[in-house]
Design a protein around this ligand. Structure first.
Ligand code: PAF
Length: 283
């Protein structure tokens, strides 16, 4: 695996290959990241991964300083996985003192995580746009766990005319159903056990919606009532719920009775750890 530390290194590596697949990460790699790598390898044999904890996407009081940094273990995993190149930029080579920021449309970021984390998606869009211009990948893989992030990136690719195919990759889960995340490492044993309620709640909502749909009993209020009921259940299980909501997959707008492709999205804190999860369904 080639280690690329400068933009020039990446450009020289890129020039050797006709097509490449890119997996941007913030490190602390787990099976979820490795499933992105695997999917990237299906698209191209030339896979480049980046590891960069992007300060622009962390708000005040968030975990930028404590975000887990495990470079040696990450490199071993990427070598074992057969990754071709690893880009390890620093904030100094990426950002000016007063960085140029990409502003995603409010219709995509005013709600959900964008509402709870002001500036977050501007930071994500900015770093990903820079990576796209530096790496010029043919394909780029993003996990569905960060569902709103995926929509922001897809929208940016279309709006800014990047010639890149975005490949969405399914959520990787631990045996008991917990969606894999670097932030799971913050959970105590007790919190980890509590956290299982998140995916259980999503699955319960999914089967309830599927049942209603089979009996043709969906009206728009059905979704609101279900959200209220299940939010209370999560709260009773010790969560502080930022949102638990049923949305249209493409637009992330509140689902209407006639929508067919839905996603149930949740963001909730257990202790100090904010967890995300979601489940898609087609009715
Ligand atoms: O999903 C992530 O890990 C980050 O948001 C990303 C896409 C690597 C940008 O920093």
């Amino acid at each position: 695996m080639e280690i690329l530390k400068s933009i020039e290194d990446v450009r020289s590596w890129r020039a050797l290959h006709q097509e490449v697949a890119f997996v941007p990460t913030m490190g602390n790699l787990h099976a979820g990241h490795l499933s992105l790598v695997k999917r990237a390898q299906e698209a191209s044999k030339n896979v480049i991964v980046s590891i960069f904890v992007n300060p622009l996407q962390f708000g005040e009081g968030e975990d930028l300083d404590s975000y887990p940094r495990t470079l040696d273990a990450d490199m071993e995993k990427l070598i074992d996985a057969g990754v071709s190149a690893l880009f390890l930029p620093t904030a100094e080579i990426l950002y000016e003192d007063d960085p140029f920021i990409i502003q995603p449309p409010q219709s995509l970021i005013a709600d959900l995580c964008g509402k709870d984390r002001p500036g977050h998606f501007e930071g994500v869009a900015t770093v990903v746009a820079k990576f796209f211009n530096i790496v010029e990948p043919t394909y780029a893989c993003f996990g569905k766990k960060d569902y709103q992030q995926l929509r922001v990136i897809e929208s940016m690719v279309s709006a800014l005319n990047f010639d890149i195919k975005i490949i969405p990759v399914a959520i990787e889960r631990a045996d008991e159903g917990l969606a894999l995340s670097s932030r799971n490492g913050y959970l105590s044993n007790k919190e980890r056990a509590q956290a299982l309620l998140l995916s259980q709640t999503l699955l319960a909502m999914k089967s309830e919606i599927e049942g209603l749909s089979k009996d043709q009993k969906i009206v728009t209020n059905s979704y609101q009532a279900l959200e209220v009921k299940m939010t209370a259940l999560l709260q009773a299980g010790g969560f502080i719920v930022d949102y638990l909501t049923i949305r249209a997959q493409k637009t992330l707008k509140k689902a209407l009775a006639q929508d067919k492709d839905l996603v149930i999205l949740v963001a909730a804190k257990v202790g100090k750890t904010r967890l995300l999860d979601n489940v898609e369904l087609n009715i």
